[in-house]
Design a protein around this ligand. Sequence first.
Ligand code: B12
Length: 287
Amino acid sequence: MQDTSYDPPPMPDDDTLLSLRAAADQLGVHYMTAYRYLRLGTLPAKKVKGVWQVRMGDLRAVAGREQPRPGPGGIRWGPYRSQLRDRLTSGDEPGAWSVIERARVSGASPEDIHLQLIAPVLRVIGDAWNVGDLDIAAEHRATGVAQRLIGRLGPSFARRGRKRGTVVIGGASGDHHSIPLAILGDILRGRGLFVVDLGANTPPDSFLQSAREHDDVIAVAIGVGCDQSIEPARRAAGLLHEQIPGIHVFVGGPAVTSERAARAIGADEYGATAVDVADRCNELAGS
Ligand code: B12
């Protein structure tokens, strides 16, 4: 009778050395991700004759810690947020970037970094400034660093392939809050939409001109960062509706906190979060 018993190959012991590529395969991640783990010290490795080598035991320890990418709730955001707040307010850009890299290593997507880390930290910083716990210089320093971090994350939202349609976004005339728009733009791009970001302080005419320049415009989104921008936003929404019948206008941003407020400004729809705007634009593109 044929012997069907099977001896599994011996498990490599903890001291077996693997190349970085083999370690990446074992972890189920891209080579560059494994290299990032290495640079951040998450994955111990040493160079032998110019080639990175990883001990099997160290790989097992990392694999035990690395879960499949968790949702936003799967990550303990608190420590990352407080570290980022401290680094932003002290103007420490490399330190702030390393907080982002560590969050990425623990499974956060670029979208999570925007929505679960950078945006909440900016809100906390704004509140601290508002109640006098943070001086204006620290708030501006934090803003400058945050802008550069967002810029560095931008390319990770690029998607190949045909876009579902164009969304024109911009801040109301006189409004300086470009960061919420940059975050909104990235989320929309990451979800397959083409974005024309007019940035902060956009004259009503420029919204109109941009909406006319593209024949696949799904919507125009007008950002309102502070109460002073409500009237200019109303003018922009009014002009768009008057000149382009059927145009869909979203209004949102830090100073618009309800559907009612957005509609009072002349919006067809409120964009409470960037994800809401992206989901609705994709629905509108399909309809
Ligand atoms: C950074 C910042 C600034 C920077 C802006 C730099 C820049 N390049 O963007 C500077 C220092 C210039 C600034 C200036 C001022 N600011 Co300011 N600022 C902030 C701060 C701290 C962060 C803003 C931010 O980026 N938030 C992060 C975004 C991503 O968070 P979010 O709003 O939750 O975004 C989500 C949604 O709103 C939505 N969304 C975002 N944008 C849009 C746009 C559209 C169209 C849609 C549909 C949806 C949408 O998607 C996002 C993600 O889900 C906020 C605090 C805060 N609570 O946000 C104050 C804040 C917005 N500022 C405020 C104020 C008062 C001012 C000033 C008037 C202060 C002054 N006296 O000079 C000036 C205004 C100058 C002007 N004319 O615009 C107030 C506004 C309050 C109000 N209701 O009026 C805030 C809320 C601070 C506070 N707690 O009081 N500010």
